[in-house]
Design a protein around this ligand. Structure first.
Ligand code: NAD
Ligand code: ZN
Length: 350
């Protein structure tokens, strides 16, 4: 049987089509990958439903998917770090490698970043895909390709916890128990956080957080951020957490994050909601609560892989649904309904 390259293409807002595309050949420094697993991210669903995220607008058909793993099937000229048959996790953003940000090591801020499934760049929800070899990370035999795909969201947790300064004994508040809140929970625990509290509106998400090691799970029942901050302080036994990692993007939750954080502490904004929101900024200023942003991750894949390979974190429970590539549309519909946590697509032909 000849190989075909079934590919999930977002034709335009609201329309995903499964098409047989040409199998791409690797150029210099690239590898061709036989795709194994691709997790669906909220951003994939957002592009499907809305055709844009902020300034990133889908203007031409775009292949979806960026949380991925594959098996090396062909080497491009000059590739020495991988060989055919290697199982790899794919870091989806390839920067220019020559600009100031890249040279400083903050390549996530590269203005010429080519990031899978962020328009105009194609993603990797396909049977075959080509990627820069130095942004592929070889998986040890005991790490599955599903876990490899989950290194993408896990890397967001690693970057956020690094930026927040989570360390031994930290008390950490995480706002929002979606996939991103949960990877932050896993990472904070692995960094040695002594106590982690997590908030959400949805009880089933809090139940999952409890299973994954959260010490305190708080259901948000008020829009008053000061009242919520008070509840959080009580959960921590009357002392505020010094670190808050906001993973919902909800306006009231960002406000709560500031009020809830101990003076001299740090709020890291991971969730991306409205472009402009009112904030208790004087409260943050006079209590020296630092507010930091994060954008994806930088140099975090090796750490995320080491955490999984060593058994320090178990990402497998995040996967609640599995689909075949042929059933991509069902997989997107399931994610859009907010069912479960992580929907995983298997790309190999059965
Ligand atoms: P998600 O929508 O699955 O999870 C968000 C969770 O927040 C949900 O469980 C929701 O019930 C909860 N929530 C909503 N309002 C809340 C409130 N007022 N208080 C507490 N919880 C509330 O999304 P996700 O995939 O987990 O991603 C979370 C956020 O992180 C998104 O905004 C996403 O865009 C952002 N994100 C940012 C980066 C980055 O680089 N900064 C990377 C990945 C994701
Ligand atoms: Zn650059």
């Amino acid at each position: 049987m000849t190989d075909t390259n079934l590919t999930a293409v977002l034709k335009k807002k609201g329309e995903i089509s499964l098409e047989d595309c040409p199998i791409p050949d690797p150029g210099p420094g690239e590898v061709q990958l036989c795709m194994q697993h691709v997790g669906i991210c909220g951003s994939d669903v957002h592009y499907w439903q809305h055709g844009a995220i902020g300034d990133f607008v889908v203007k031409a058909p775009m292949i979806l998917g960026h949380e991925a793993s594959g098996v090396v099937s062909k080497l491009g000229p000059g590739v020495t770090n991988l060989k055919i048959g290697d199982r790899v996790a794919i870091e989806p953003g390839v920067p220019c490698k020559t600009c100031q940000q890249c040279k400083k090591g903050r390549y996530n801020l590269c203005p010429d970043m080519k990031f899978c499934a962020t328009p105009p760049f194609h993603g990797n929800l396909a049977r075959f895909y080509v990627h820069a070899a130095d942004f592929c990370f070889k998986l040890p035999d005991h790490v599955s390709t599903e876990e490899g795909a989950l290194l993408e969201p896990l890397s967001v947790g690693v970057h956020a916890c690094n930026r927040a300064g989570v360390t031994l004994g930290s008390r950490v508040l995480i706002c929002g128990a979606g996939p991103i809140g949960l990877v932050n929970l896993l990472t904070a625990k692995a960094c040695g956080a002594a106590e982690v509290a997590i908030t959400d509106l949805d009880q089933s998400r809090l139940d999952m957080a409890k299973k994954m090691g959260a010490n305190h799970c708080l259901k948000v029942t008020t829009k008053d951020p000061r009242e919520m901050a008070q509840k959080i302080e009580e959960a921590f036994g009357g002392e505020q957490p010094e670190i808050t990692i906001e993973c919902s993007g909800a306006t009231s939750s960002v406000q709560t994050a500031i009020y809830a954080t101990k003076s001299g502490g740090c709020v890291v904004l991971v969730g991306l909601g409205l472009a402009e929101i009112p904030l208790p900024i004087v409260n943050a200023a006079v209590r020296e609560v630092d507010i930091r942003g994060i954008f994806r991750y930088v140099n975090c894949y090796p750490t995320a892989l080491a955490m999984v390979a060593s058994g320090k974190v178990d990402v497998k429970p995040l996967i609640t649904h599995k689909f075949k590539l042929e059933d991509t549309i069902k997989a997107f519909e399931t994610t859009a309904r907010g069912e479960g946590i992580k929907v995983m697509i298997e790309c190999v032909r059965s």
